[in-house]
Write a protein that binds this ligand. Structure first.
Ligand code: CDP
Length: 202
């Protein structure tokens, strides 16, 4: 039996943390689709053609170190506007969504394009400042030499590009439950997400 949970939202909204916790709660598999675009972006930074990078992506590519840097995030957002790149990644994501035993996918277009028939859809947001603060703390903890202002500018630039592109723009599906995590602890955000999925399951 398959059960797909789509979790979309802007940069650093907490989708990763929430998705992992929701997947663990229900015993579902989890796919961070941003990692696919980050892996393609990293290859492009290394000189590979974007479409070739997307068409030849391997599981090992997703384990490359350095995919979480801000430079790779920007590269990901730039390759993500290319329709052929997105198309090359669709089948893998759809198959993952319909695997037996249930799946959680997080990204930008899961509830709208990849899995419009997902049984549960969430759109996780927070103010740009809160998201930048969280991402800044993450990057700093990893030893990245950056500033809050740089991270805020990165988050805003990616959001504008992701929401403004012609192909699969970032937008909440009409039937998505919105969760604003600006003033929520991780525990409260996870609880809200689990409650929304429980409601969809009922
Ligand atoms: O972790 P964060 O929210 O900052 O970003 P991510 O989810 O790793 O995604 C990196 C970039 O990949 C985004 O800025 C999007 O441009 C792109 N992306 C996308 O276009 N569609 C998806 N389903 C997931 C990511």
């Amino acid at each position: 039996m398959s059960f797909a949970i789509a979790i979309d939202g802007p940069a650093a909204a907490g989708k990763g943390t929430i998705s992992k916790a929701v997947a663990a709660h229900f015993g579902f598999a989890h796919l961070d689709t941003g990692l696919l675009y980050r892996a393609v972006g990293a290859k492009v930074l290394a000189g590979v053609d974007p479409l070739e990078a997307a068409e030849t992506l391997t599981a090992e590519d997703l384990e490359e170190p350095g995919l979480r840097t801000a430079d790779v995030a920007q590269a990901a957002s730039r390759v993500a506007v290319i329709g052929e790149v997105r198309a090359a990644l669709v089948d893998f994501q759809r198959a993952f969504a319909r695997r037996a035993g249930g799946a959680v996918l997080d990204g930008r277009d899961i509830g709208t394009v990849i899995c419009p028939d997902a049984e549960a859809k969430l759109f996780v947001t927070a103010s740009a400042e809160v998201r930048a603060q969280r991402r800044f703390a993450e990057l700093e903890a990893r030893g990245d030499d950056t500033s809050f202002e740089t991270v805020l500018a990165d988050v805003k630039e990616r959001d504008a590009r992701d929401a403004g592109r012609a192909e699969a723009p970032m937008v909440a599906a009409e039937d998505a439950v919105r969760i604003d995590t600006s003033e929520l602890s991780i525990e409260a955000a996870v609880a809200a997400a689990i409650a929304a999925v429980e409601e969809a399951r009922a």
